[in-house]
Design a protein around this ligand. Structure first.
Ligand code: SF4
Ligand code: SF4
Length: 72
């Protein structure tokens, strides 16, 4: 369970790995993995997220949301 960062993928909208899969390729700290046809968040890695936003920029249909679980 992550303490600082939680990532969500809207799988109802996600294009799937065969058509896209960019989030898996792009994340420098391997937050995303394959769940067969769709990407899946590796929950044990979520707190490694550097908030680089490469996944948000790479996802052309904006299916990824990053939640900060802390006050700034
Ligand atoms: S980048 Fe977006 S559309 Fe592409 S596989 Fe990842 S979540 Fe799905
Ligand atoms: S913001 Fe960067 S480090 Fe965090 S999940 Fe997206 S690509 Fe990975």
């Amino acid at each position: 369970m992550s303490e600082f960062i939680k990532l969500d993928i809207d799988l109802d909208r996600c294009l799937g790995i065969e058509k896209c899969g960019k989030c898996i390729q792009i994340c420098p700290v391997n937050i995303f993995t394959s769940n067969g046809d769709y990407p899946k968040v590796v929950e044990s890695n979520e707190d490694e997220c550097t908030l680089c936003k490469l996944c948000l920029q790479g996802c052309e249909i904006d299916a990824i949301t990053i939640h900060k679980l802390y006050e700034e």
